[in-house]
Design a protein around this ligand. Structure first.
Ligand SMILES: [Zn+2]
Length: 335
């Protein structure tokens, strides 16, 4: 069974699910929040923290006969500003419960301090990857400006992988799918073969496997792309014909083809990056420059995450090793 995105949205609407696109100031464009007309009245993700987003959310809810005050439950897919920023305001207006991955609860609650740690982590990683200090600092200041669009969130219903969220007319299983962020969670309705996937799988753009601090607070960094590929394999195993509702863009009606395309492009990029090591060891920054040229400063950490993610895969295959060159990490092809 294959349906068009329009048919998928109609199918979702029959299940009481409405896509509410909320504007964001980010390059990705609008974020999709989803209203689930059930008991309790549920909102999946909330949009960025801005007056305009709040207005659009109110208007979108009103178009379906609801108000922000009516929301009983908020489900969060991951801790990015465009998905979680309005949560606390929604909670203040409605008293809604917030269900999200329990392992991420502290990171969500301690927003300012955690964002500070994230920025420091990113600067350290950029400097160790050979990114010029000026660029790293510029990116840090962009990041602290973006912070206004986020905000602290108190999780009242912490979820573990596989836990169910019971609504009157459906059961949503929380499936932990780390990679894009360490907390990505898919909310899966097995009966309807329908899932809310956040940014875990997007129809038009690949999900950046952003390098992060581990969720459990342990030192080091995530192996985001490797984790993402594991998560994608699990998602591929969802039934054929499932409808996946993403955080950006139209519904995904053929997730297996999309997952296969994402895996294939990862493979191609991995081999291309390996070839770039043919002339000797190179830093993450040099590799990113060879792949993407001089990109906007806001993209610097994303492209670096891509490079490091692919180097992780090559290292696991024994084809690349890291060498510390006076504080800068370089990657070297194993002969
Ligand atoms: Zn995201």
């Amino acid at each position: 069974m294959t349906e068009t995105p329009e048919e998928a949205l109609e199918q979702a609407a029959l299940a009481g699910i409405h896509c509410l696109p909320i504007p964001t100031p980010f390059a990705v464009g609008a974020v999709n929040c989803y209203l689930i007309e059930d008991e309790p009245l549920t909102l999946v993700d909330t949009g960025p923290n801005s007056g305009r987003s709040l207005d659009v959310l109110s208007e979108s809810l009103a178009a379906h006969g609801h108000a922000i005050e009516d929301i009983d439950l908020v489900l969060l897919t991951h801790n990015h500003h465009d998905h979680t920023g309005l949560t606390q305001i929604v909670v203040e207006h409605s008293g809604a419960e917030v269900a999200a991955l329990g392992a991420a609860a502290r990171r969500l609650a301690d927003f300012e301090a955690e964002a500070e740690r994230d920025d420091q982590f990113a600067v350290d990683l950029m400097l160790r990857s050979g990114i010029p200090e000026q660029t790293a600092m510029a990116l840090q200041s962009v990041s602290s400006t973006f912070r206004e669009w986020g905000g602290p969130v108190t999780v009242t219903r912490p979820l573990g992988d596989g836990d169910a969220v019971e609504l009157g007319g459906r059961r949503l299983e929380a499936l932990h799918r780390p990679g894009h962020t360490p907390m990505d969670t898919v909310f899966w309705d097995a009966e309807r073969e329908l899932g809310f996937v956040g940014d875990h799988l997007l129809p038009r753009i690949s999900s950046n496997p952003i390098i992060s601090r581990p969720l459990d607070g342990s030192p080091g960094r995530t192996h985001s792309l490797a984790a993402y590929l594991d998560s994608l394999a699990k998602t591929r195993g969802l039934p054929e014909g499932a409808v996946l509702l993403p955080g950006h863009g139209e519904p995904i009606d053929d997730h297996r083809a999309l997952v296969d395309a994402r895996i294939a492009s990862t493979e191609r990029r991995k081999e291309k990056l390996l070839r770039l090591l043919g002339d000797g060891p190179r830093s993450g920054y040099e590799l990113a420059q060879s792949m993407w040229g001089n990109i906007a400063v806001t993209q610097a950490f994303l492209t670096l995450s891509e490079v490091i993610g692919h180097m992780d895969l090559l290292e696991a295959e024994g084809r690349v090793r890291e060498v510390d060159d006076g504080g800068v990490i370089r990657f070297e092809a194993v002969a």
